[in-house]
Design a protein around this ligand. Sequence first.
Ligand code: SF4
Ligand code: SF4
Length: 536
Amino acid sequence: MSNPKPEDLVQIQYENPPKSWMDPAVEFRKGTFCYSALAKNLNYLGLPNPREWQPFDADWKLPADWKRIILDGMKERLERFRSFRLFMDICVRCGACADKCHFYIGSGDPKNMPVLRAELVRSVYRRYFTPAGRLFGSLAGARDLTEDVIKEWFYYFHQCTECRRCSVFCPYGIDTAEITMIVRELLNLIGCNINWVLEPAANCFRTGNHLGVQPHGFKDSLDFAVDELEELTGIRVDASINRKGAEMLLIVPSADYFGTPHYYTFLGYLALLHEVGVDYTFSAYASEGGNFGLFNSHEMIKRLNAKIYAEAQRLKVKWILGGECGHMWRVLHQYMDTMNGPADFLEVPVSPVTGTRFEHARSTKMIHICEFTADLIHNGKLRLDPSRNDRWTVTFHDSCNPARAMGLIEEPRYILRNVCNQFHEMPENTIREQTFCCGSGSGLGTDENFEMRMRGGLPRANAVKYVKEKYGVNLLACICAIDKATLPPLLEYWVPGVEVAGVHELVGNALVMRGQKERTTDLRGEPLVVEEAAHA
Ligand code: SF4
Ligand code: SF4
């Protein structure tokens, strides 16, 4: 089946559905769901109920006591997570969140309204955990837990990218992303998970990174990048792996050294860190900052994240610097310290170049490379020639996790304004805390889910289209590895002619390095559009 055309997908019906929301029946239409996780990945991770099945099968081969497992799992989580219990109880159904989800905007399906998405599980909570639901059933908004409800949960809680946009608008602070995380965790208990989450998680558990790149492959990639950067700049940088006693450990998403356009960002890091002369090392075992455990369960988050502090301790570094990644920062900011800390063996990060002490990281001991670079620029430590980015008219996409989960909003903009001459913001209600998701986060970036990804990405693409037509924007900068993988096909679909880049690719382009040869190309190997400014 070929993918639908944009002119077909924009015919969105925002109408009342023909049947009651309580009816759980779901049609697993191709293009709108993700395939199940392969048994080998469940086996590898030691997860329950490995088997061959697909969501469109009539028989999901659930364990005989699946209902008890789910209800016990709910009970345990209601007791363990105060937020979950609160979010089940306090929604007043005011509707403020209803039109804020990109999946609702792009699909018109009411069950993609955050409030109704949560009702899919809240109704089961009422039925089994509240007196009113037990006594009055559907009159109290309660539903029985059936296999159809499980299928409905699988469908709609894998049409939520855990982006948290809805939570910004909820007067009670209800975070539907947290509800989605819990429901996915419950589904996990009976073996209903998707491959695009568990395959990266299994790879990460085996080799330290989502792509399954082994240590020698990681070294090859790094060597290749060092050679290529030398060709482009005339400067050979030293990028070590597993070097004990380095000042800092650099952790990046694995896509940075294997994917495009991520790779140009990776070249940007290498150029920058060489130019300012910092003492850092990579780790072949913590060769991934991203954490697909976030899309599976709290337990998996902890398992995959543990390697970061473990490697920092083994290599005896002082602190950790992290690259451009989205969910890596959600995990770092909200979980790492309590799950795998305290990291008492590390020091509060201090820039060896400027002396700035990053007090906000005194607990985690890890800072974002945008914080590090913005501080360098602020202290006048970089020589920058923004004209090297003159072929780009740039806008910035706030990646959901860095923006909403950790407030990294000003630093990337400050950097971009210093390394580019032409920068324009998208409309205010589509950026910063209100940013729209790429539509493919939380493990939903699969080919089989293409239609739903394009629908979910429509609001983001629409804002890009606006600045493309108004200012001639031809580059969308971002600081997330998933964005760099999923925004190019999204923009090709909705807004052809706009490319995607990491912020540190643009830093690497603009950076004037001591001893460099005359730069004739950018990091993509494309000719610079203006004469090299005189920087002796
Ligand atoms: S905005 Fe909050 S309280 Fe209102 S319907 Fe949505 S989740 Fe419920
Ligand atoms: S977290 Fe994001 S994807 Fe999920 S319901 Fe809220 S707005 Fe939609």
